[in-house]
Ligand binder design. Sequence first.
Ligand code: C2E
Ligand code: MG
Ligand code: MG
Ligand code: MG
Length: 291
Amino acid sequence: KENGRNMLWLFNENDVAVKERRRDIYWVPLIKKALLEKELFLVYQPVVALSSGEISHYEALIRMKGEDDVVISPNQFIPAAERMGLIHSIDLWVVETAIDFLAGLPADMSHVSLAINLSSTAFQETKLLQTIRDKLELTWVDAKRLTFEITETAAFQNYEKARDMIIKIRALGCKFALDDFGAGFCSFNYLKSFPVDYVKIDGQFIQNLNNDETDQVLVKSMAEIAARLGKKTIAEFVETPTTIKKLKEYGIDFGQGYIFGKPEINLLQSNSMSIMNLMQPPPTQGPGMAE
Ligand code: C2E
Ligand code: MG
Ligand code: MG
Ligand code: MG
């Protein structure tokens, strides 16, 4: 009926929308169960300052426990949760769990800070701001230790609300990062309109940086623009020492990727000594090889 009168729509089993809908429905009870039975958990991946090799903070990434200890990736259930109206519960769970995690760290780790991902509709959640404020107050966690990552497409759907919420959450002392920068359609618009502290350049531009000259030009330009606008830059999907070298050349501030550490349950698993070693330029010439 939505497509007008006297129209007949034929759906067949292969219809993408039908398949997607069926997949979404499949996830609903699993997500509800995961929320109730504590089958969701966070893993933490280091973000490293490229100038010093020191860990700046960690990004918290959600996982779901499946049957037989299988770990389910967010790409599988987050889009379904967004479409099926379950994402707000997940957003609130992530906020509370991340702040509890910070509160529970030993005193000698009170400098550790986290970045967490908000869904594309988080800004419509009226309880979000209050939950953040209450939880920070209750746990005494310094708001500075929390950064929220939002994607470009996310905030644009609800521009006014998003902007308003970002300003209010930043007023608490938290920071914001624009995630997956360059992957959407309105990147530069965003930089202009949203008061964010970090720009995270999408991994698709970083992964082949060593070989792809177009990516080199794009990443260099994004770094320059972000820096001129007073934003710190983070590159995702840093996987090789050559990439690290290029990113430093371009003036990118931070790197995140498998070369520094995979997302882990335990922070201490990402060894900062080995990260330090990575930051040393690889020996190109041995003694006696000069000239
Ligand atoms: P994202 O926020 O852009 O996170 C970066 C993704 O890249 C993570 O995938 C991470 O594991 C992966 N990654 C990190 N380093 C490398 C690397 O060197 N190479 C490659 N190939 N990949 C790397 P993950 O954990 O599967 O998360 C996927 C997406 O799911 C995230 O993208 C984010 O959009 C969403 N997500 C994750 N956790 C949450 C959450 O707590 N809430 C919400 N709403 N979304 C989340
Ligand atoms: Mg992220
Ligand atoms: Mg990202
Ligand atoms: Mg991404």
